[in-house]
Write a protein of this length. Sequence first.
Length: 307
Amino acid sequence: MAQTTATTTSDFSGFLRPEISQAYFSETRKRSTVQQLAREIPLGINGQAIPVSTVKAAAGWVSEGGQKPTTESGLALKTVQPQKIAAISVVSAEVVRANPGNFMQILRDDIAEAMAVAFDNAVLHGTGSPFGENLAATTKSVALGTAAGTAGGVYADVVAGLQALVDDSKKLTGFALDRAAEPILLSGVDGNGRPLFVETPLAETTTAVTPGRLIGRPAMLGDNVKSGNVVGWGGDWSQIVWGAVGGISYKVSTEAPVTIGGTLVSLFENNLVAILAEAEYGCLINDVEAFVKYTSGSGTLSAKTSK
């Protein structure tokens, strides 16, 4: 009697349809606190030149028949260059076969979070940053909680950050805050006794980053903003632009070796599936001094700046 042999395939690419990949960027935007506040710009593979005003024009009043005043405008170009970000997700082949739909959802969330964390850490703290400038370089710092027991409390600390900015002719357009700052903010009230931080959820798509208002400005409360004792940032977010080149590209393999825990592991020998996801982001911070960092902990000064 003839023997029938069942055949299996190691090609899992059918689980990664091209139309799914765009959702990764959507997930990343929901999870990235910085991308919620900064300005998004179109970005091509060769980058984007951004004009920056260095000298502003000035106008003057002119009497009838009088000479019109001459003014100068100065512009400089700064370039946003795309930088590659990547993540490899490894899972057993049995998991993929058992529930490919759920696996794809988990994979999408994991990669979205990994890319959002890497992006925010690079922009805020300079962690592995390919972008050059990062907000940690600002000389402006305010310690939350140092005004406790005094007039205004935490409210006074938040306003001290505003004061540090306006003293340097900068604007305060919004806040990026870690959830570690939430207990501090929720225990504070403004000058009229109202809650200091007020949540303003807009849609389900923003649940990963909680939007709210703080001293009348947009405030995004999210994860992975904190580093050391820095729990948040306030400043002029129009000074940051970012963009993404196209969508995510990916590769699926069940045979290539992958480094796991510092050891090179054969996917084929261990019945594993690896999905490599890559994307390109660009980010430009025009002025780090347009931001103030908020820290937790005690101190004798509620605000300090240095030039």
